[in-house]
Write a protein that binds this ligand. Sequence first.
Ligand code: URA
Length: 248
Amino acid sequence: MTDNRDTSAPRGRDDPFWNSVASFGLDEIFVLPEWIAGLKGNKTISITGGEGGSIPSELAALVSRVGDCRACVLCEERNTIVFGAGNPSAGIIFIGEGPGANEDIQGEPFVGRAGKLLDKILAAIDLDRNSLYITNIVKCRPPGNRTPAKDEVAACWWILEEQIRIMQPGVIVAMGAPASRTMTGSSEGIGKLRGTIHRYGDIPVIPTYHPAALLRTEALKRPVWEDMKILRKLLDELGLPRAGKNQA
Ligand code: URA
C-alpha cells in the first residue's frame, strides 16, 4: 500500500489538540478555534471551494483509469465496481468497508439495510446523500460480505487515495473498524479509535461504528450519536457542506 500519511503527525492522546480538550467530557468536546484556523490556512483543505470545478471530470478520469480492474481476487465475483456516490464537492467523505450484494448489483454504496439506517443517522444531523460523498475502502464486493483482506485493501488503496486527493474533503468519517484502521493507520479496535478526532494528513478523520453493527447491537446507537455530534460541531466550524444540500 502506498501510504503517504504524515506519520510524524501526533495522533490520538499524544496529540496536543486532544490533550487540550481532554479535560472535557465527550459530550462537551469542542473544536478549538485556533485549530480550525490552522485547517483553514492549510492548502490541503479548501474550505471555500464547492462549485464543482474539475472534480467531476477528474473523478471520471479516475473511473477510466480503474477500468476493468483485475488487481485482486475480488474482481472474480463482482458484478459492478462500486466507485462512490453523492456530492463530490461537498467536502465531506463517508467511508465504509465494501459493497454488499445490493450495492454490487445497483452500483451504488449503502443502498441496503445499513444504507437506510445511515440515511436516518445523517438526517439526525441535517445531512443527506447530496451533502456528502460516500465510498468504501474496497470497491468490489467481498464474497459473502466478508471483511476485505489486507491485500485487497492494499490493492484498492490508490483509488481511495486519488478520490481524496481530487475531492479534498474538509472531513472524513470512517465507518467501522476496517475503514477506521485504514484511515488512521492504527491497528486499534473501533471502540478505542472512536470518540477522538484523528487525521489523515491534515484532514480530520472521525471514526465511528458501521451502521451494520448498529443493526445488530442497539447499544452502539449512543456512541454513534456522540460521534455525530462531534461531526456536526466540526462541520459547523468548517462551514461544511460546501455546496447546498440539493446541489450536485
Ligand atoms: N456496507 C459497506 O461498508 N458499504 C456499502 O456500500 C454497503 C454496506
